[in-house]
Design a protein around this ligand. Structure first.
Ligand SMILES: [Cu+2]
Length: 236
């Protein structure tokens, strides 16, 4: 079992437990993110200036500003309850952001206000991570190979673009959110927000290049409401 498998197993257990402990009246909002129009083609990334990273990608990786899937689906879209749910204290688990092969993994990391953020450097080269916060405090930190993870947290909700000051192709997003009702759309564009008590909610979908869309959804009880968001693709 790899570390990733252990993590996934733990996560699956956590989800199963949450479902069984949720109240009988709790509902789910699920759905799919798609686009219309023609998105810009992902570009190949030239890492030749950083051979230790380049050799980890026999096939060059591509930019992840817009990640599409079958049926015009959009991955990496943050879907979250932006109104109607109370702010929640952060979980005790950390949100993990890795620099591996001069790439941010995951490209979009969603976590809660006050939650521990753990940034690791798995590479044989230095990175200088620079989250471009505007509402929170902006900082950048150098992280030579073999040094311990950077531990931080954010005090306010914000969508924060992240870049590396050494490798211009490294980009990512921190989505700092006020409650635990969020999802990042998977490769097929799907998302799911479970465990919602009855109420009226505003659901926001955020894509780093296309911006955000919102819609209101009423959950009456133990039901699943299916919604969809269709972003207008930008051809550049
Ligand atoms: Cu870097």
């Amino acid at each position: 079992m790899t570390v990733k498998h252990v993590f996934l197993a733990a996560f699956a257990t956590f989800v199963a437990v949450s479902v069984t402990t949720a109240g009988p009246g709790s509902g789910t909002i699920s759905g799919k993110i798609t686009y219309e129009g023609t998105p810009a083609k992902p570009k190949s990334i030239d890492m030749s200036k950083e051979p230790s990273c380049a050799k980890q990608h026999p096939t060059p990786i591509t930019t992840e500003t817009v990640v599409t899937g079958p049926g015009n689906s959009l991955a990496n879209v943050v879907v979250y309850i932006s109104a109607g749910a109370p702010d929640e204290p952060p979980p005790s688990t950390s949100a993990n952001f890795d620099q591996k092969g001069c790439q941010y993994l995951p490209h979009v990391l969603a976590f809660q206000v006050g939650q521990e953020l753990k940034i690791s450097n798995d590479d044989q080269t230095s990175h200088n991570i620079h989250p471009l916060a505007k509402i929170n405090r902006e900082w950048n930190k150098s992280q030579p190979p073999g040094t311990p993870p950077i531990i931080d947290k954010y005090d306010k909700a914000e969508m924060i673009p992240v870049k590396c000051n050494i490798h211009p192709w490294m980009h990512g997003t921190f989505a700092v959110l006020k409650n635990s009702h969020y999802s990042v759309s998977s490769d097929d564009g799907s998302f799911k927000l479970p465990n919602l008590p009855p109420g009226k909610y505003t659901v926001t979908a955020y894509q780093e290049s296309y911006g955000e869309m919102t819609q209101d959804v009423v959950i009456a009880g133990g039901e699943t409401k299916t919604i969809s968001f269709v972003f207008k693709a930008k051809p550049y």
